[in-house]
Design a protein around this ligand. Structure first.
Ligand SMILES: NC(=O)CC[C@H](N)C(=O)O
Length: 223
């Protein structure tokens, strides 16, 4: 399985994602620049964490205009998986591939700590390697992880089982404890916690590997 990792000026988790795929999952990954205008030949696209364009205006707002974006939208429209992590989640909401937005944490501080999460939906392309109702631990590292959406959007997310990860102990003020959501079609996931930083017990845990294992198992089943 071949993964693209899009690197923007200011991304800092692109190498972590590359490591998670190549060393953790033992599959192929390529870091591609934000200036690339096609994503042909890839089976999944990963949008990494970091501070794209310095988080100017607000996180993800400038990445929306990157040359790679039309290709990313076209890729998502084919139904192939797109995973945005942290700044990647922020970018996916800015470009409209996911609903809602990410606001400053309620305590107005950057929070960097391991966080217990509930896998609220393990029937997605990204999570079916997790046990039903699993509690897992993944690190968070963000200043703008406070997920917001209006009541109608939240009702829609709940009705369509689009809430995939929730915080056990909401650290940032997110609506309904939301840590990660999937689009209605089920192929675009955004999450604030970092699975790529938890793929080896040496790094403090390996719960994150199941996200990438899920993608691989689903891909293998399809081809
Ligand atoms: N680790 C990250 O991706 C940081 C995300 C983002 N720029 C924030 O601080 O909210």
């Amino acid at each position: 399985m071949k993964f693209a990792v899009i690197s923007f000026p200011g991304s800092n988790c692109d190498e972590d994602l590359y490591y998670a795929i190549v060393d953790g999952l033992k599959e192929t990954a390529e870091i591609i620049p934000h200036t690339q205008t096609q994503l042909d030949g890839f089976d999944a696209v990963l949008v990494p964490g970091g501070f794209s364009y310095g988080d100017y205006l607000r996180s993800g707002a400038i990445a929306k205009f990157a040359p790679v974006m039309p290709a990313l939208k076209a890729f998502a429209a084919t139904g192939k998986p797109v995973l945005g992590i942290c700044n990647g989640f922020q970018i996916l909401t800015e470009v409209g591939l996911l609903p809602g937005s990410l606001q400053h944490n309620t305590n107005m501080q950057f929070i960097c700590e391991p966080e217990p999460l509930h896998v609220a939906n393990n029937k997605t392309l990204f999570t079916n390697d997790f046990a039903t109702d699993a509690t897992i631990t993944l690190p968070i590292a963000h200043g703008e992880g406070n997920y917001y959406c209006d009541a109608a959007t939240l009702a829609d997310l709940q009705e369509n089982h689009q809430i995939v990860f929730t915080y056990r102990d909401n650290p940032n003020g997110s609506v309904a404890d939301i840590a990660g959501i999937v689009n209605k079609q089920g192929n675009v996931l955004g999450m604030m916690p970092h699975p790529e930083r938890a793929v080896d017990p040496l790094l403090g845990g390996s719960d994150g590997l199941s996200v990438f294992r899920s993608l691989l198992a689903n891909f293998t089943r399809m081809v």
